[in-house]
Write a protein that binds this ligand. Structure first.
Ligand code: ZN
Length: 307
């Protein structure tokens, strides 16, 4: 049985989608589920794509675990997968030795991570960053740009493809929550950053929905995090470009170098022209509301949203 668990853990490590690992984590009661650190994927460029291939094969071909089947039996399809010898092994000990804790950024769109907390990500390489977006996975322009930005930030990540039409029709709460939970599942985070309850400017509904989903999931135990920070910006109902709110718990003025790097991501990697709203806005100062408990975040979010 121990061997089965070791092998399962290895499979879970290469699961970038989270859904697979959260299902199996629950089924096998594994406590040490970890995703592959980007550092290792860079060290083994030949191994990483192969591992992904195996994962995708497994994900689409394996049935979800059935709790009525004994644990050993449920592991069988995964063991068969390993015997196909398409996987490059990654020493578990290397993964376990990585001292960095995990941080995640959950945003509605590719570019939000750079605009609202790009400076913080750039100045905190002590975290293993996972950056996820709720929208635009199928956008042929933004999706590849997002991946290039992730590379520059030394982060790994994933995009979902929720509706992002110009009419901003409200999305079902359950759909936003399920998507968010899937993007973050299987890992515990030291810190999660996401949108503020009223977004950062007037107005994008997806930003607000993203915030509500993360706070609610944290409150209900759907995601595992020690701390949650919400972006704290406002634009005076379009009177000016977004700036840090007066009631932010934390504000960081970026150095010139970091700010230029952030602007470079917006203009050169995302391709926004220097006179675009995004390039003009790129905040030199970043602000956050910071919470250590889900109850506090839940209460504050309600107050801010009503304000
Ligand atoms: Zn956005």
């Amino acid at each position: 049985m121990r061997r089965v668990l070791e092998i399962l853990e290895l499979l879970l490590i290469i699961d970038q989608s989270g859904l697979f690992s959260s299902n199996f984590r629950r089924e096998f009661r594994l406590s040490r589920v970890r995703l592959l650190p980007p550092r290792l994927s860079r060290a083994e460029p030949a191994g990483w794509p192969k591992a992904c291939l195996v994962f995708h094969y497994g994900f689409h071909s394996l049935p979800l675990p059935d709790s009525r089947v004994p644990t050993e039996k449920r592991a069988e399809p995964m063991l068969r997968l390993l015997q196909q010898e398409t996987m490059t092994s990654i020493p578990l000990v290397e993964v376990r030795l990585d001292p960095r804790s995990r941080a995640a950024v959950v945003v509605a769109h590719p570019d939000d991570e750079t605009l609202w907390c790009g400076g913080y990500i750039l100045t905190h390489p002590e975290f293993l960053w996972r950056i996820v977006t709720l929208c635009r996975a199928a956008d042929p322009d933004r999706a590849p740009r997002f991946r290039r930005v992730l590379q520059r930030l030394g982060a790994e990540g994933e995009m979902a493809d929720l509706d992002d039409g110009p009419d901003q029709a409200p999305l079902p709460v359950e759909q936003v929550q399920e998507t968010t939970a899937r993007l973050l599942a299987g890992t515990s985070y030291n810190l999660i950053l996401t949108h503020g309850p009223k977004g950062e400017y007037t107005r994008h509904r997806r930003h607000e929905e993203c915030c509500q989903a993360v706070v609610e999931l944290w409150r209900s135990g759907g995601i595992d995090a020690k701390r949650l920070w919400l972006f704290a910006y406002e634009d005076g109902c379009r009177a000016y470009l977004p700036r840090v709110r007066n009631d932010a718990d934390r504000r960081d003025v970026l150095t010139g170098g970091i700010w230029l790097e952030k602007r470079h991501l917006i203009t050169d990697l995302y391709g926004f022209s220097p006179d675009s709203w995004e390039a003009q806005c790129t905040p030199r100062e970043e602000g956050f509301w910071c919470f250590d408990s889900a109850q506090a975040a839940d209460k504050a979010t309600l107050l801010i949203a009503r304000d």
